[in-house]
Ligand binder design. Structure first.
Ligand code: PMP
Length: 384
């Protein structure tokens, strides 16, 4: 069984739509990339670098120590971890935050869900600029929040006048800004975020959530510094990408202490296991080693962008660990063509484009070779 069909084991459970599930869930499919077998997997924006053996050993020791205390519930407020995350943010973003301004959960996906539980909900509206990370809309649906899909302009940038107009028209309670954006890779300038924050407060108090999952790969400085003096600005981050720890499930945010207080009202008690807290703390102690991979990945990204452009692809400028490229007459067929060459990329639903995250140099070579072959074989027929 794969992760995409786990909710519909045919023959074992009644058809899902015969169950009295909420109306807005009817006919929907679970979120997630198809789990297809491929030699080179570049579909879910992970790090291609396994943890070094010595660090895996250190984690095993620390987990062993924590295991003795598994009879006890974990620290409900993850105080030690939040303080360590705050020190990490001070070191890497220059913004003076402490543990009261940081919250942690099982991936930044859970952070987004908790934000919508606290600030969205029935009768409330969230607005995002698409194409963007679909989990914002998914979490809105899951919390009964009305979702408004705003749009991006030329080059997938957020145009301030159009964004202001969308904000004025929909008066959202929660505004999402993803920077660098997934799936396009485009970063949003700090001035744009500041302008949107002001616009969003004009009608009524609005939470502005900046999703910075890919911040470490960006040429622009982190937007965490914008939280200073903006009590309703939240910046979400993750250890899944630059820390290379997607399997850990650890996301966090920086915001005013009042935001953290609000989230403590909706989080489930003991949401973050003691094992998760221990492993995250251990990784943070060795963040220099882990974050050293970022330069390798961005170096590879810049090389791959150059090579794809030399082949003739239209590549969106990327500040992330992935690239969006095209254009294809039919991106579904193009996705299959890459798979035929053993390379699994992502069809994120942006017409005419596909997305590939950076792998090891050898995997990236295989991807560029596949891109060259796809263009050669099919260009005249269905790529343009
Ligand atoms: N935000 C964005 C923009 C993402 O692309 C992703 C992962 N694909 C996430 C958040 C989720 O990250 P996490 O693993 O921390 O839940």
């Amino acid at each position: 069984m794969t992760s995409t069909d786990e909710t519909s084991v045919r023959g074992e459970t009644p058809a899902r739509d015969e169950l009295p599930a909420r109306d807005e869930l009817r006919g929907k499919t679970p979120y997630g990339a198809p789990r297809t077998h491929a030699t080179v997997r570049l579909d879910v924006n992970e790090s291609p670098h396994p943890l070094p053996d010595w660090l895996a050993g250190r984690i095993a020791e620390r987990v062993g120590e924590t295991a003795r205390g598994l009879n006890r519930y974990p620290d409900r407020d993850a105080v030690e971890l939040r303080e360590a995350l705050a020190r990490h943010l001070v070191r890497t973003t220059g913004r003076a935050v402490d543990g009261t301004q940081v919250w942690a959960a099982n991936g930044s996906n859970e952070i987004v869900q908790q934000l919508l539980q606290a600030f969205g909900g029935p009768g409330r509206t969230a607005l995002g600029f698409e194409p963007s990370y679909p989990v914002h809309a998914l979490a809105a649906r899951g919390t009964g929040t009305r979702w408004i899909a705003g749009s991006r302009g030329a080059g997938f940038a957020i145009g301030v006048p159009a964004a202001r107009a969308a904000i004025a028209a929909h008066r959202p309670d929660v505004l999402f800004v993803t920077s660098p954006n997934n799936p396009t890779g485009t970063a949003v300038p700090a001035e744009t975020v500041a302008a949107l924050y002001e616009a969003a407060q004009a009608a009524k108090p609005c939470m502005v959530v900046v999703d910075e999952a890919y911040a470490e790969f960006s040429r622009r400085p982190s937007l965490v510094r914008l939280t200073e003096g903006r009590p309703r600005l939240v910046v979400t981050r993750t250890m899944s990408k630059a820390f290379g720890a997607a399997g850990l499930r650890l996301g966090y945010l920086a915001a005013a202490p009042a935001v953290v207080d609000a989230l403590r009202l909706v989080r489930l008690p003991y949401h973050l296991s003691s094992l998760t807290q221990t492993v995250a703390l251990t990784l943070l102690e060795h963040s220099d080693v882990l974050l050293a991979y970022v330069d390798r990945i961005t170096g590879e990204r810049d090389r791959v962008v150059r090579e794809l452009r030399a082949i003739g692809y239209d590549v969106t400028d990327s500040d992330a660990n992935f690239v969006q490229f095209g254009r294809f007459e039919d991106s579904r067929r193009a996705w299959h063509a890459f798979l035929g060459h053993g390379v699994l990329v992502r069809d994120s639903g942006v017409p005419g484009r596909l997305r590939a995250c950076m792998g090891t140099p050898a995997e990236n070579d295989a991807f560029v070779d596949a891109a060259r072959a796809v263009r050669k074989e099919r260009w005249d027929a269905w790529a343009r």
